[in-house]
Design a protein around this ligand. Structure first.
Ligand SMILES: NC(=O)c1ccc[n+]([C@@H]2O[C@H](COP(=O)([O-])OP(=O)(O)OC[C@H]3O[C@@H](n4cnc5c(N)ncnc54)[C@H](OP(=O)(O)O)[C@@H]3O)[C@@H](O)[C@H]2O)c1
Length: 260
């Protein structure tokens, strides 16, 4: 009982209808292509319609719906349009985000507001529409893409890391409340992935993986019914344990690990 997966393992993708939000590039785009190759029906959303179209090409199982997740009023219509195209949606992955590397001595408040608006508030906006939909038919699932940078404070992650920590906490609460009602809830915590988002980084990114590899890890996590899907394994596990150490030891280790 104690070792049962926290979510129902997804066994067969060919009968699944998945909606990926934040899928015009990077991890979301790779996940869309991976799931289409496994036979799922996939709807992809983000703001850039052309980019979404080039992610899925002419695939007959794909549906493109472009919208801005920050427009709260757009969510009900987006869900209705996706459901009309795919049929009932089984799994929704919320992955739209922005990354504004900042130090504490050069805070850009406009960027802080924009980051929180997208990385956190838009998630609540989406959940406001999606949770009632999930509860309407148990067996559905929702996944939020956070980051291993949400585990602990890290250099230059002043805004991004804190916004992702908020998502981890939010997703834990979602699990508590929705899992007993038959809804699967997933917390996806990637490490460094080579995408347009990380292209701005001018430092060495340890254990950097490709979006394709990230997509495979995410699919593996869904198939195992994991609550937390974190990767790459070694790096994510190390950081998770470091984050649990007493502060004196944690800060000392993080200084050494990041050279900052
Ligand atoms: N790359 C990494 O190392 C890494 C590590 C940990 C976590 N993550 C997380 O993984 C997720 C995907 O990131 P990525 O690295 O694949 O970055 P990415 O390629 O920049 O993807 C971000 C996606 O968000 C969409 N988006 C941004 N603003 C939006 C808006 N207002 N409305 C709708 N969609 C919007 C973008 O599309 P449009 O511009 O077309 O709207 C794009 O599809 C993010 O949640 C990120 O925080 C990434």
């Amino acid at each position: 009982m104690m070792f049962k997966p926290l979510n129902s393992p997804i066994k067969n993708w060919s009968s699944r209808r998945v909606w990926l939000i934040g899928a015009s590039s990077g991890i979301g785009a790779a996940l869309a292509q991976d799931l289409l190759a496994r036979g799922a029906k996939v709807a992809v959303s983000a703001r850039r319609e052309d980019a979404l179209k080039s992610v899925v090409g002419q695939h007959s199982n794909a549906f493109v719906y472009a919208f801005n997740v920050m427009h709260t009023a757009a969510w009900p219509d987006a869900l209705a349009r996706v459901e009309q195209a795919l049929g009932e949606v089984d799994l929704i992955v919320l992955g739209a985000a922005r990354y504004d590397p900042q130090h504490s001595w050069e805070i850009d408040l406009d960027a802080v507001r924009a980051s929180y608006e997208l990385n956190v508030i838009s998630m609540y906006a989406g959940l406001h529409t999606l949770v009632p939909y999930m509860l309407n038919k148990p067996g559905r699932g929702v996944a939020l893409i956070s980051s291993i940078s949400g585990y602990t404070g890290l250099p230059r992650a002043l805004v991004y890391g804190a916004s992702k920590a908020a998502l981890q906490n939010l997703t834990e609460t979602l699990y508590f409340e929705l899992a007993p009602k038959g809804v699967s809830v997933y917390l996806i915590n990637p490490g460094f992935v080579e995408t347009p988002m990380t292209a701005v980084n001018d430092f060495h990114m340890p254990s950097l993986i490709t979006p394709k590899q990230a997509a495979k890890e995410i699919v593996k996590g869904f198939e195992k019914g994991q609550f937390e899907i974190s990767f790459p394994k070694g790096f994510a596990t190390t950081l998770r344990w470091v984050a649990r150490l007493p502060y004196r030891l944690r800060f000392w280790l993080l200084h050494r690990m990041t050279n900052m």
